[in-house]
Ligand binder design. Structure first.
Ligand SMILES: [Zn+2]
Ligand SMILES: [Zn+2]
Length: 277
């Protein structure tokens, strides 16, 4: 199983970091988790064109995690061969079906242009959208996925996904603060991907709207403590707020290592870890 951080940024625009999105791949199955700003560019950077995706998982419907889902939908559609296109499957919390319907409405002119122009393009994007709830278990390609609840209130519902290939398990936690349901989902997992912020830096910025984010995101220290509590081997941090400058991740790693004794991953976009290595 390989985990790749496609975009390690956050809502704060950054010239070096795309918005939140990650990739989990194993045995030819490729799952995209969240679809933030620039996701298609980074997906190609990781070696995958959109039609190579086996499915898309959304942790919650905050704009930074879904802003380029429309690009995934369009590129998957126009880059698929007409005789081999399978519906793009998207799993997300309640509200995902409405979100995708609205994206298709936004794209309706483009969809019309392309169907009119290309003889071999005769139908709108084919999508299979499923809304999930905590406790749900489903299969995508060769991977099994279990849904767990996270605490990102007032954003509700928000979920985490535990993805297993039968050899390794990774929990893709999305945004949120430590909670019992996340702890339960993490028990026995090999790897844990958590979005984080640096509380010490954010607290120094006298902007009320930035201070607001402190109460619904894990700090680096909290993510490390959660991983340590669950006995996780590999903690992978992403969605850095505020993003460290290129090469500045060591300070983040040092803060986490005070609370976590396993393997720690903090890095630029396209950082990956192969659990089979
Ligand atoms: Zn969020
Ligand atoms: Zn976010």
């Amino acid at each position: 199983m390989k985990i790749t951080l496609l975009g390690t940024g956050s809502p704060i625009p950054d010239p070096n970091r795309a918005g939140p999105s990650s990739l989990v791949s194993s045995d030819g199955s490729v799952l995209l988790i969240d679809a933030g700003r620039g996701v298609v560019t980074r997906l190609v950077g990781a070696g995958y064109f959109p039609p190579m995706l086996t499915g898309v998982l959304l942790t919650h419907l905050h704009s930074d995690h879904i802003s380029d889902l429309n690009d995934i939908i369009t590129s998957y559609w126009v880059m698929s061969q007409p005789d081999s296109e399978t519906p793009l499957s998207i799993w997300g919390p309640p509200g995902t079906i409405k979100l995708v319907q609205h994206i298709l409405e936004m794209l309706q002119e483009d969809i019309h242009y392309r169907i009119t122009h290309h003889d071999d393009l005769n139908a709108a994007p084919r999508l299979n959208v499923v809304e999930v709830a905590p406790g749900d278990v489903f299969t995508v390609g060769t991977l099994s996925v279990k849904v767990g609840e996270t605490d990102h209130r007032p954003v509700h519902p928000s979920v985490a996904f535990r993805i297993s290939d039968g050899v390794h398990d990774v929990v893709m936690a999305g945004d949120g603060i430590p909670c019992d349901t996340l702890d339960e989902l993490l028990v026995g997992a090999d790897a844990y991907v958590q979005t984080v912020l640096r509380e010490d830096i954010v607290k120094m910025v006298p902007v009320a709207r930035l201070q607001d984010i402190l109460d619904y995101h894990s700090t680096v220290e909290q993510a490390a403590q959660t991983a340590q509590r669950a006995g996780i081997k590999h903690l992978i941090l992403t969605h850095y707020v505020p993003a460290p400058p290129p090469g500045g991740e060591a300070e983040w790693a040092a803060a986490a290592k005070e609370h976590f004794s396993g393997n720690l991953v903090v890095g630029p976009d396209l950082t990956s870890i192969d659990l089979n290595a």
